[in-house]
Design a protein around this ligand. Sequence first.
Ligand code: HEC
Length: 158
Amino acid sequence: MLLALTLACAPPAGDSADPVHDLPSHNECLEEGERFSPEVCVAVVDEDNRQPTVSENKSGDEPLDDDPRAADPELAWVTSEVQRCACACCHTRSWGGPGVYFYDLEWAPVWTDSASSWTLGVFAGFTDEERQTLPTSDLARLQAWAEAERERRWALDD
Ligand code: HEC
């Protein structure tokens, strides 16, 4: 009996290597080219415990079938910057992220169309909203990309 109790209380083997054990904080990022695993992201979403939301096209424009922006190297860079951060966990639809209403990294063909122009500005740090600004290695580059996308949208109204 005593033995059984001791066993029951022992941590499961390999617990310290559990990738879900130490969850990243809200603004944590990995090195360039790395990503948090789906297991970690699902755990981040669970821990946050807010309801999943639904993404929609907020760009004010219908994307073309073969939208040239999908091949834009600056967009690829922005995407890789967000994908190495914990931000991606809550802003990816298939992980049930509560933030996808504001932007959804799985929105196709160009995920940034799921963000309003306001949200793009917050994301790129124009509003000094520190928690919701992408912790990028190159803020000027991010801001130049965001400005260009917002100008493209505004030009559609002319
Ligand atoms: C734990 C889940 C979670 C993480 C991690 C997360 N977000 Fe969000 N995000 C949300 C939710 C939920 C909302 C909508 C409610 C709110 O504003 O808090 C949101 C909203 C936003 C908005 C919209 C702001 C607006 O006013 O339009 C931006 C931009 C944003 N997040 C950027 C980020 C960035 C950048 C990161 C990483 C540094 C990040 N988020 C990490 C859940 C998350």
